[in-house]
Design a protein around this ligand. Structure first.
Ligand code: IMP
Ligand code: MG
Length: 178
């Protein structure tokens, strides 16, 4: 387990997050004109991003929450995904947008997309706030993303390290000591 010795440093400040989130919502608004949206928040990491972006969506939108866990307190993806909270509402015929905090290896997203496709929605798109292109291993679609970042481990704005730092209003990075 990596030992954290310093507090997170700012990588993406709050104002930049807020303006990019608004831009993403504008893109979604123009792509989904005349269609209702079934927005799916992937818990826990996406809860802050999700609550900010849905407030800028102008279409009728329903909000669902899918609880997943792929990290057992480590900084690396295990590739193993557990559903910790399922969606009870039927999704057949709906236009789904999956809201993720971050796409790293892409295994979590791949798992989510397979699970949701089995429920016969009319369409599925994915919107991730952050994206680590250098870490991507799974073949996945990413329709919207906020920021490309490097391979640093980030926290804040919903993202955690061992359940800490989710409440920070900015995206920060932490340095570890091995
Ligand atoms: P993936 O399956 O490797 O793409 O990992 C996706 C999930 O791992 C995300 O939904 C996050 O919960 C978590 N994750 C990946 N990278 C980071 C990071 O830098 N900070 C915090 N959580 C991360
Ligand atoms: Mg997490």
């Amino acid at each position: 387990m990596a030992k954290i010795t310093t507090e997170p440093k700012v990588l993406i400040p709050e104002v930049k997050l807020q303006s990019r989130v608004k831009e993403l919502a504008l893109e979604i608004n123009s792509d989904y004109q005349g269609r209702d949206i079934a927005a799916i928040c992937i818990l826990k990491g996406s809860f802050v991003f999700f609550s900010d972006i849905v407030r800028h969506i102008e279409q009728p939108v329903t909000c669902e929450f899918l609880g997943l866990s792929s990290y057992g307190g480590s900084m690396q993806s295990s590739g193993e995904v557990k559903i910790t909270l399922d969606i009870n509402e039927p999704l057949a015929g709906k236009h789904i947008i999956v809201f993720e905090d971050i796409v790293d290896s892409g295994y979590t997203l791949k798992y989510i997309l397979n699970a949701l496709r089995a429920r016969n929605p009319a369409s599925i798109k994915v919107c991730s706030l952050l994206y680590k292109p250098a870490a991507l291993k799974a073949e996945i679609q990413l329709d919207y993303y906020g920021f490309k970042i490097g391979n640093e481990f980030v926290v804040g704005y919903g993202l955690d390290f061992n359940e800490k730092y989710r409440g920070l209003p900015f995206i920060g990075y932490i340095e570890n000591e091995h």
